[in-house]
Design a protein around this ligand. Structure first.
Ligand code: PEP
Ligand code: MG
Length: 583
């Protein structure tokens, strides 16, 4: 059986499936005599205390390893433990029905969960996974540790779960987890982010993984193509084993070019940077040989915490990144909340079309008092390294002017306060809306650089939701419309003397990267794990060859023709990268 999901984190793994999250099924339904009720209540309290100290332990471990942003997730878990309503309901269930506390608890928990599932609120649904996670822990402690939790794992396994919570990820022994597979979750879910930053292959959003896979099944997880094979036959197994060997050899090969420049065979230098969500990813950025950070998605800083980050908290995070990357550049993108990324603190109302709604720069311009907190912090951090800033979701020149006006007022404030900042801080615009791509010549007058966000640009130009599996076949970076928009941005930028980069996923697609070199893209910013591949591509071609490829590709009339043409070219030029796809 082959299951298709979202390729959340690349890599290829063959292993035994281990299903998590089915602890609840084994809760015994046992009546207890009235005189034993105080004992049951005491057991419940004990389990709550034990669970609390476990969560605190995980939280501290995570803060130590990955930093405060990740640790704050567990504050929400601690809040669930302190939920008086939940605790009192369990106790009254116990007294009324006189079942064992684990059974009483599992019943109340189930009621809670089904009530939460019905709530049509993004934030509360997010809290559901906290409740499930904590509930599982409490049950585990009540049942005396008979149910296996992740931390008890002995063998190497592939985790299969409906959803994987941050605390699952945090408490599991990393050397035992070969890969993740989940039913739900999008590209921006915690599972995906964690998997990428821990460099564990993952396929998510399969929908039926927990139904179709059983404990102990042998599964192949292809995190690069988003495929999972369940109990594959000998042929497939052999093909994948061969492909796995090739990948290992290739990774070893690619590591060798880590310290070499990203330049074409004829010496044309390209800026190769990495995308990050958390400052803790810098080690990985450097280990993969990126020469800067082309996209720091700061909105993650606002997530999984009780309140909004203060100016000083922003400042500390940006200063750390600037210092550690110095003298390489770091482009901080101002927060891009909304769309598929929500936080409850900002009270953004529910919208019919959140991707087309009150998000990113639109929200920031409407709430300048919040925007200024981030801008002031970026300015203050700008003296500690080579920081630049860029605005997301720009649709027209007025937005840039307005944002720059607010930036200027922050500069004036800091001057008055005698606070140092880089007076020449470079400011860029993300080009991810067709209206911006088509007016790039106008926008270029107002900024120092462009960074093309193809993840959104493609969804807006083709009217195809980037997180919807059902229409994923339409999501095609090779479509001539997308390429013409990109060409317009690059040409307009160059005519006005500014550089043009790309931080969307398209930049990491080998065949597309060849084309983009030829189209004159100045900067590629990709996830750390993709940096070596893109460097290899750049180093395998001359600028002239790439330009010829681009010229020919842009003459073709359909996305399919362009894709086939580019894949063939890539096979000729970098056969070792493309052959991985021929499983
Ligand atoms: C993009 O849209 O291409 C982009 C890089 O931004 P994000 O994926 O965060 O929307
Ligand atoms: Mg975007």
């Amino acid at each position: 059986m082959i299951l298709k999901g979202i390729a959340a984190s690349p890599g290829l793994v063959i292993g035994k499936a281990y299903l998590v999250g089915d602890e609840n099924v084994a809760v015994p339904k046992r009546k207890v005599p009235k005189e034993e009720l105080p004992l049951e209540i005491a057991r419940f309290e004990e389990a709550l205390i034990k669970t609390r100290s476990e969560i605190i332990e995980i939280k501290n471990k995570i803060i130590e390893e990955l930093g405060h942003e990740h640790g704050e997730i567990f504050d929400a878990h601690l809040l669930v433990l302190e939920d008086r309503a939940l605790i009192e309901e369990v106790i009254s269930y116990l007294k009324k029905d006189r079942y064992s506390v684990e059974y009483a608890f599992s019943q109340v928990l189930e009621r809670y969960i089904s009530a939460f599932i019905k709530i049509d609120d993004e934030y509360l649904r997010e809290r559901l996974s906290d409740i499930q996670d904590v509930g599982r822990r409490i049950l585990h402690n009540l049942l005396g540790g008979h149910q296996a939790l992740l931390k008890d794992l002995r063998d190497e396994v592939v985790l299969v779960a409906y959803d994987l919570s941050p605390s699952d990820t945090a408490s599991m022994p990393r050397d035992k987890i070969l890969a993740f597979v989940t039913d739900i979750g999008g590209r921006t879910s915690h599972t995906a982010i964690m998997a990428r930053s821990l460099e564990i292959p993952a396929v998510i959003g399969i929908e039926t993984a927990t139904k179709d896979i059983r404990n102990g099944d042998i599964i192949i997880v292809d995190g690069s193509d988003g495929l999972v094979y369940v109990n594959p036959d000998k042929d497939i197994m052999q093909r994948y084993k061969k492909s796995q060997k090739k990948r290992t050899a290739l990774t070893r090969e690619l590591v060798k070019i880590k310290d070499l420049p990203a330049e074409t065979k004829d010496g044309y230098r390209i800026q190769l940077s990495a995308n990050i969500e958390f400052p803790e990813e810098i080690a990985s950025v450097q280990a993969h040989g990126a020469h800067g950070i082309g996209l720091y998605r700061t909105e993650y800083f606002y997530m999984n915490r009780a309140g909004l980050p203060t100016e000083d908290e922003h400042f500390e995070a940006y200063k750390k990144v600037a210092e550690r990357m110095k003298p390489e550049m770091v482009i901080i993108r101002t927060m891009d909340l909304g769309g598929d990324k929500f936080i409850s603190q900002l009270e953004i109302p529910r919208e019919m079309n959140p991707f087309l709604g009150w998000r990113a720069i639109r929200f920031c311009l409407a709430r300048p008092e919040l925007f200024k907190i981030q801008l002031r912090a970026i300015l203050r951090a700008s003296v500690f390294g080579n920081l630049m800033l860029m605005y997301p979701m720009i649709s027209g020149v007025e937005e840039i002017k307005e944002a720059n006006k607010i930036l200027k007022s922050c500069k004036r404030e800091l001057e008055k306060e005698n606070v140092n900042f880089n007076k020449d801080l470079k400011v860029g615009a993300m080009i991810e809306i067709p209206s911006a791509a088509l007016t790039a010549d106008v926008l270029a007058e107002e900024v120092d650089f462009f960074s093309i966000g193809t993840n959104d640009l493609i969804q807006y130009s083709m009217a195809v939701d980037r997180s919807n599996e059902k229409i994923a076949y339409l999501y095609n970076p090779a479509h001539p419309a997308v390429l013409r928009l990109i060409r317009n941005v690059i040409n307009a930028g160059h005519q006005k003397g500014i550089w043009v980069g790309m931080c969307g996923e398209m930049a990491a697609d080998p065949a597309m990267a060849l084309l983009l070199v030829g189209m004159g893209l100045d900067e590629f910013s990709v996830s750390s794990i993709s940096v070596p591949t893109v460097k290899k591509i750049i180093r395998s071609i001359s600028l002239k060859e790439a330009q010829d490829i681009a010229k020919q590709a842009l003459k073709l009339t359909s996305g399919d023709k362009i894709r086939t043409f580019l894949n063939d070219k890539a096979k000729e030029i970098i056969p070792e990268l493309l052959s991985l796809k021929d499983k």
